[in-house]
Structure formats: structure tokens, C-alpha cells
Design a protein around this ligand. Structure first.
Ligand SMILES: N[C@@H](CCC(=O)N[C@@H](CS)C(=O)NCC(=O)O)C(=O)O
Length: 209
């Protein structure tokens, strides 16, 4: 059975979502952020030396990095339904979107979050991160102008992986300037597996209890 080491209010919710989409059996081991520093507890280092979540265990295999986890889960448990067939152009685009989520889209989001925590908005990094965030949102919005999902008609792991950045932006400043992205987010977040991930994330978040 798959075990997910889940940190509250983190990227890990997407992995709950993916496990729900796949409909496989899994268990959660939950961790809470320090209310002041917002860092993960030391206990997480026992499974990931970096002390970060998500991490999964499956048949003795331990895997970190959200993109690698989604790639692994989809290849092992849901290749037919949640990714385009291997060795097709659509599959290459799918891999591109998987890498986009953490390789490009997450950077400006995290930079802006750290700036707001630091209260040092006037430095170079603020303008740079805001510009990059605008590029990311514009690209996704344009891409979705004539598509139901990132890859077209098929919902894939790339939609789940990219949801973290778009959901956080939606919660903080809204997506009304990006109407295609906004309606896409409403569409994917209405999926039963996404709703279940949301409910489970709340249930395992002591900040909210
Ligand atoms: N690139 C990694 C990033 C993992 C990561 O930074 N996770 C954050 C939660 S969103 C974390 O565990 N932070 C805890 C800490 O920094 O103490 C991934 O995609 O999984």
C-alpha cells in the first residue's frame, strides 16, 4: 500500500488528489507545520533528509519531489487514464507540463511568499518574481483558451501537479484577469477526487481545528 507523508498546508494535497483520482488504497502519515516558523517538524527528516513533503513509500521504495511522485503513481497505477500514451507527441507535452509546475511556475510564487513574510517588497526580487508570475499565468491562460485541460480533452497528472501554483494565486489575488485559467481551475477543483483531497487536507490540519 502507498504511504503518503503529508504536511499540512503544502504541495502534498496534490498527491492526496492524485491517489483519489487513481482510486488506490493508501494511508496518510501527517505532520503539522510549526505555527511560528511555518517549518515542517524534525520528524519528517526521518523519511526525507531535507525535511520536506510530499514523500511517498511504496513497496519499500521512498520517493520525494511532487513531479517524480506523480510520474511514478501515474506510470504504475494509472497510465491509461491519467497520461497520454507513451511515445506520442501528447506524452511529450504531458512531461513538459509536469516539469513546468515545479521547474518554472513555483519559483515566482515561492519568491513572492518569502517576500511577503520578510516584508521587503521594494527589492529587485519583488518586481522580478511578479513579472515571472504574470508570464506563467498568461502562458497557462493562453494555453487553456481552446482546451478543457492542459493536454486537451484528457485530464492528466499534469493538471494535478500544476494546480498548486494556480490555486494559491486564486486564493490570494484571484484569477479574474485570466478567465480561461479561472474557469479551468473551477472545472478541475470540482472533481470528486479534488474535493476529497481538500476535505482530507482540512481534516489533517490542526491549524484549522
Ligand atoms: N520541489 C519539492 C518541494 C518540496 C517542499 O519544499 N515542500 C514544502 C511544503 S510545500 C515543505 O515541505 N516545507 C517544509 C519546510 O521547508 O520546513 C516538491 O515538489 O515536492
Amino acid at each position: 500500500m502507498v504511504t503518503l507523508h503529508h504536511l499540512n498546508q503544502s504541495r502534498s494535497k496534490r498527491i492526496i488528489w492524485m491517489l483519489e483520482e487513481l482510486g488506490i488504497e493508501y494511508q496518510l502519515v501527517t505532520y503539522q507545520r510549526d505555527p511560528v516558523t511555518r517549518r515542517a517538524p524534525e520528524a519528517l527528516r526521518a523519511i526525507n533528509p531535507l525535511g520536506r513533503s510530499p514523500v511517498i513509500e511504496d513497496d519499500g521504495l521512498v520517493i520525494c519531489e511532487s513531479g517524480a511522485i506523480i510520474d511514478y503513481l501515474v506510470s504504475r497505477y494509472g497510465a491509461d487514464t491519467l497520461a497520454p500514451p507513451a511515445q506520442t507527441p501528447a506524452h511529450a507535452r504531458y512531461v513538459q507540463w509536469l516539469h513546468f509546475a515545479e521547474g518554472t511556475a513555483a519559483f515566482p510564487l515561492i519568491a513572492l511568499y518569502l517576500l511577503s513574510a520578510d516584508n521587503s517588497q521594494k527589492c529587485f526580487l519583488g518586481g522580478f518574481a511578479r513579472e515571472q508570475m504574470t508570464d506563467v499565468l498568461t502562458l497557462a491562460n493562453n494555453e487553456l483558451a481552446d482546451k478543457t485541460y492542459l493536454l486537451g480533452d484528457q485530464f492528466t497528472g499534469a493538471d494535478v501537479l500544476n494546480s498548486f501554483v494556480f490555486e494559491k494565486i486564486s486564493e490570494t489575488r484571484g484569477l479574474s484577469e485570466y478567465p480561461h485559467l479561472e474557469s479551468y481551475m473551477q472545472r478541475i477543483l470540482a472533481r470528486p477526487a479534488a474535493q476529497k483531497a481538500d476535505a482530507l487536507e482540512r481534516e489533517h490540519d490542526q491549524d484549522l481545528s
